[in-house]
Design a protein around this ligand. Sequence first.
Ligand code: ADP
Length: 370
Amino acid sequence: MNQIIEFFGGLFDTDMWPPRWRCGYWSDFHGWLYIISDLLIWASYFLIPLIILNYFSKKKNQLKFNKAYIYFAAFIVLCGCTHFIDAIMFWVPMYRLNTIVRFVTAIISLMTVYHLIKILPEAFSQKTNAELEAEIQKRLAVEQKLQEANFGLQSFASMASHDLQEPLRKMRFFTSILDEKAKGKVDESTYEYVNKIEKAAERMQILIEDLLSLSSIDNNIELTPTDTNQSVRNAIDDLELPIRLQNAEINTSSLPMVNGNEAYLTQLFLNLISNALKFNSERPIINISGEKNGQHVIIRVEDNGIGIEEKNHKKIFESFLRLHSKSAYAGTGIGLSICKSIVEVHKGSIEVESEIGKGSTFIIKLEAAE
Ligand code: ADP
């Protein structure tokens, strides 16, 4: 006990030992080589933790094994201190302080070893950079194959739709002749069958045309600075007849330029405005507005129509999804998936905000023109 009290009482005492220079025989060369090496080790052991801590503070949120960095930094700092004191001992023989620093270093070293052993299994399960790189390459290869498959599928759909149009046109032509010839000559139910065939053929033609538009959207189209106002005007011109028939009010404000393709954007607005006209039980009022928000342009197409239940807000962008029977509202369920493909080609997004009976607002995010 006495020894312990004496030890801590004289922690900085130096008078019980000779300075290291006078302890044995040191040539100048030997002594200074020892001192300079110790000081260099100390300087490096001081800088290494600073570099580790700097790295740690910048990447803290992305790093695993955060504690290991701290332990390791403390371990190195303390190792450095033992070398520093060793060099100082040539003049100031604080053997007790030296012992304490070594003891603390020993404790921290053991804690570091314990922590490293603890995290070892998890550390081994981590992927190395080479493994991650290999995984990325594998994924890129799969993506490339998927792209090729998509391209194949697209050209198949486009060819099939083209080829289907021809026999369908013939069907429609001959059913219309049959309709004329049958009128008044066959009984009512037979005439109704002919009518049904005609209607089904017409619907099929619309479906094929929509499929053709969907499959012919080119993912690699060049995007150039485009005036969205012009695309809106084109769409409104195309929809002149239904707009007039429904006495619809369309309000547009000036829209910012985007990085885009005018024909595709016209198609986008055409689909959205025609839906706003169609899914409406009152006099349609449609507001189209837009603003620049940083690198993006946000465009809103708002209507006073029947609205969409929240659970369907995502679903409506899927192909062939329709929320109503074709007798209530005509359509193929492809219009909004065309819109989605178009905004994706533009590296943008589309979503809807809507409540049943309170209208819908389609929000489109596109890249602003530079
Ligand atoms: P289609 O119009 O041919 O039915 P869409 O893909 O354009 O197909 O739309 C999918 C479904 O989303 C529609 O059947 C309709 O139920 C709903 N919908 C789309 N636009 C609106 C709108 N403006 N207001 C209310 N419902 C809409």
